[in-house]
Structure formats: C-alpha cells, structure tokens
Write a new protein. Structure first.
Ligand code: ZN
Length: 168
C-alpha cells in the first residue's frame, strides 16, 4: 500500500501542508485556519515565525482562540516584513503618538471653548447659549476622541491655532 492518503481524502491539502509538502491529515491543526485558497497567509507566518512555532502556539491554545491567534500572527508577520526593525510595534507607537497629539489638541480646543463661553457670558447680558456648539460635550470620551480623529485631521499641523485662543 503506498500513499493511499491522496486517493482517499479527496480534499486538497491545506495551504500549510502544501507548502511543507506533507500529507494533510484529517485532524491537521493548520487546516481550519490556512485554507488552500489563501496560500500567502501561511507563507508569511512560516517565513516570520516558523511552521513548528506556529504549530506549537496553536496546540497550546483552546480551539476557540486559535482563529484570533492566527489573525494576529498573520497581521504581525505582515507588519514585520514591511518594517523589519519594529514590526507592528512601529504601527502601534505611531498611532499612540497621533493619539497623544490629538489629545493635546482636544485639550486646547476644550480650553478655547471654555474661554469663549466665559467671554460670551461676560459680554452678553442674556445667558442664551447655542446648544449645538457644545454637542461634543455629550459624547463619551472615546467617541469624542473618535470624533476628533476625524475633525482634527485637517488641522494637525496648525500651531497658529493658539493665536486666536485667548482673544475675545
Ligand atoms: Zn494541513
């Protein structure tokens, strides 16, 4: 009896077994996450982590977490290939930096709002305030940040903003 596996298991091997040139068993740990029609997914994690490490990581995880782990590994491997020095840490720290900058801008903008309100209150006798101007106050901090990510996008490099800050 020689190499009857191919004949019997009519299904084609998963992308991992195909690349590793081995028989894809029914209980192949790679098969659910590395389908044959997405060969690049396994190719990239194999290149960065090594097939046996990927195998080990998957074996150590409960099945319901393996899919997320594979997504993370594929993402990290792609980032590592794009940026061999920092990998996905490069993307994370650049995003963190953007968040810091935007939070600073947000704090400035909020200070300006407070200041303008005080100017308005002192120059007008009636206390009518347009409610629409302060709508962002009703948002949660995270949606406020998300809002600022969009709104502030265009003014990231405008240090002159401070000029008008404290004039009534
Ligand atoms: Zn397989």
């Amino acid at each position: 009896m020689k190499e009857g596996g191919r004949k019997q298991g009519a299904t084609s091997p998963c992308a991992a077994c195909k690349l590793l040139r081995r028989r894809c068993a029914n209980d192949c740990v790679f098969a659910p996450y590395f389908p044959a029609d997405e060969p690049h997914k396994f190719a990239i994690v194999h290149k960065v982590f090594g097939a046996s490490n990927v195998n080990k990581m998957l074996q150590e995880l409960p099945e319901q977490q393996r899919s997320d782990a594979v997504s993370a590994m594929v993402y990290e491997a792609n980032a590592r290939v794009r940026d061999p020095v920092y990998g996905c840490v490069g993307a994370i720290s650049s995003l963190q930096q953007q968040v810091d900058e935007l939070q600073t801008q947000l704090a400035l903008a909020q200070a300006e709002v407070v200041h303008m309100r005080m100017c308005h209150a002192s120059t007008s006798s009636d206390q009518h305030k347009p409610a629409s101007n302060t709508s962002s106050e009703n948002l949660s901090p995270s949606s406020r940040l998300a809002k600022s990510l969009f709104d502030m996008d265009m003014v990231v490099d405008q240090p002159n903003m401070g000029e008008s800050l404290w004039s009534c």
